[in-house]
Design a protein around this ligand. Sequence first.
Ligand SMILES: *Cc1c(COP(=O)(O)O)cnc(C)c1O
Length: 400
Amino acid sequence: MADSGQREWRVDTLLGHAGRDLEPRGGHAVNPPVVRASTIVFDSLADWADALPRRMEPDFLQYGRFGTPTHFALNDAIAKLEGAHAALALPSGLAAIVATYLAFLGPGDHALVADTVYAPNRNACTGLLARIGVETSFYDPGVGAGIAGLIRPNTRLIFLEAPGSLTFEMQDVPAIAEAARARGVVTAIDNTWATPLYFRPLEAGVDVSLMAGTKYIVGHSDAMLGTIATGEAHYERLKKTIHELGYAVGPDDAWLALRGLRTLSVRLARHHENGLRLAEWLAGRAEVARVFHPALPGDPGHALWKRDFSGACGLFGIELRPVPEAAVAAFVDGLELFGLGASWGGYESLVLPTRPDKLRSAVPWDGRGPTLRFHAGLEDPADLIADLEAGLARLRAAAA
Ligand SMILES: *Cc1c(COP(=O)(O)O)cnc(C)c1O
């Protein structure tokens, strides 16, 4: 539209039009601005007609729901970290999982999903996917190349998560990806635990790499976000599905994720160190039956972790020796430095009771004692261990 120039607008017009074309002179800020937008305006009918089909392009500004430059900056950074053609931000990690399912699966199709996936992922399979006529088989995460024997003529998608949620079983990701590719089946992985800093799924042959950005990307427990990264072959299909679902991420949340990325590497290194310190300490305690942490040399998944991953985050699990529920409560309720709550990946330590026995069908849970999940935050590990030590003393006293 034509430039208003220096016309003398009346107040109500001025309120709507003043101060919208400020181009600062001088240098520029370190960080990109938060660009909030629904409507994007164009100069002419010809520009508008040109813009409509271009909204699928990763950095084309056409309407707020398809992203603004704040989102494009985040998507570009994630794509580069993942070694992907492009990446897309979603309103949550679960939204990224569901969008991936709906992009590749329809009525009559079959999906193979690791038995150890994040619980709401499992619920999406047995709920939403079942309702639209998609059949899911949960497979043993240890299946490796044997996945080939589970692929049916109508299998369209294989979903992986390594290590698994709550119990941290590793998967032979390259072997599964290769078997899937040989049969023309798309693979997707939930890589929230490792992030592309410690494991690069696309290089391992996986087609779609997802993260709950809510966790380490945002990193401060103050925003919800999901990410999907993929190669050229599947990008259009994923982006179209996300549009059809109407997903949009608030630009402030995209900006928080972008800020989180700046310190991801140093935070993860400390989470790795603290997580291992706590896991090793807990492994030496008589009250603990097992520690689930693939970076521990005795862990069943250690060889795969060592072969494919270059680090670990702060999240791991334990199984206590059988004790009454009241003893677990005495341990957990009195912890001073471990918050009790869902999610993880922030700077703070967390603890959560888990029930893997309720979330397994391919490989029934073999544990006998109560299980807990820990997130090692960025605190001094000596303080965290002292807190755990006092907790285990309370547990022993309550169990006696
Ligand atoms: C938390 C989590 C999700 C879901 O992320 P939200 O942003 O909470 O929806 C997905 N996968 C894993 C492994 C998670 O831990």
